[in-house]
Write a protein that binds this ligand. Sequence first.
Ligand SMILES: [Zn+2]
Length: 147
Amino acid sequence: MTALRELTADEINTLAAIIAKTRPTGAPRWDPAGIRAAFAKVANLDAAEVIKATIRLAQDREARTPGGIANTANPCWSERLTDVEVYVKPDRCDVHGTQRSPLGICASCRADELAGTDTGPAGQRLPAEQVREIVGEIRDRIAKQPQ
Ligand SMILES: [Zn+2]
């Protein structure tokens, strides 16, 4: 790890100038001196983490000042889910309330489908009614488990 304080004054000045220059169009401008002042308060932290938090805050057009850089409780210090991760995040089945697989499949719906079909070898199948009871019992047990 390289602490921010290990960067040279030139590197800090360049970084502050780049951050100030890359604020979103129409967002309040940041003074490089204000960015350097915020950096000074987190100088002992990992430079890469400070830079990532700084870029996240700098891209927030609502951020009026760079002051949030100095506050590690500020949301800019947290990684955000990418759009792709949000897209594939499993959702819940409307019928059963259970979490769907990443492919959008509900295990309970699939069990219901299988219970209603006669796909097994003759003589080894349970009656559909008995399969439904077993599936219901499993579903109840899953529903009682803490998430
Ligand atoms: Zn379902």
